[in-house]
Design a protein around this ligand. Structure first.
Ligand code: SF4
Ligand code: SF4
Length: 146
């Protein structure tokens, strides 16, 4: 426990000397007509505070920071066996669904490519002179009349 700290308000002290007389350890002296307390001598008994007729001696309350008690580190979440099982099941099922979707997409793409909507070799050669078939060199030679 800290010792009380006292302060003499010079605006209120009249220098009557009452506190000087009552202090049991002679910690108070009059300087320039005002009481002055020697902190190193004062025991903080408070006798001068109650004896001053002018209420010129006041206690100084010092604020201090009180450290918080040590707190344990926050616990790291560890999933239990049930949650691990659920996570594994979700991963397996999700992977299976993804594979099924990819297979369906590949099948649809194959069907579309083999359907009549997709361009064929014959449709690509349509519009060539005389509906000719053959390689590009053969087509050019035929066009020139060879
Ligand atoms: S008793 Fe009060 S007014 Fe008188 S000298 Fe002491 S502090 Fe000042
Ligand atoms: S608190 Fe007690 S010891 Fe300190 S100055 Fe006042 S009378 Fe003296």
């Amino acid at each position: 426990m800290n010792k009380r700290t006292l302060w003499v308000n010079p605006a209120q002290c009249t220098g009557c000397g009452t506190c000087v007389e009552i202090c049991p350890v002679n910690a108070i002296t009059l300087v320039d007509g005002h009481a002055r307390i020697a902190e190193e001598v004062c025991t903080g008994c408070g006798a001068c505070v109650t004896s001053c007729p002018e209420h010129a001696i006041q206690e100084v309350i010092e604020a201090r920071i009180i450290p918080l008690p040590e707190r344990p580190a926050p616990a790291v979440y560890q999933p239990g066996p049930l949650m691990r099982q659920v996570a594994t099941t979700v991963a397996v099922v999700g992977t299976g669904v993804l594979v099924k979707l990819l297979q369906s997409g590949a099948r649809l793409l194959g069907q579309w490519l083999t359907s009549s909507h997709a361009p064929t070799i014959s449709s690509l050669t349509q519009g060539t002179p005389g509906g000719m078939r053959g390689s590009g060199r053969q087509l050019r030679m035929r066009r020139r009349g060879h």
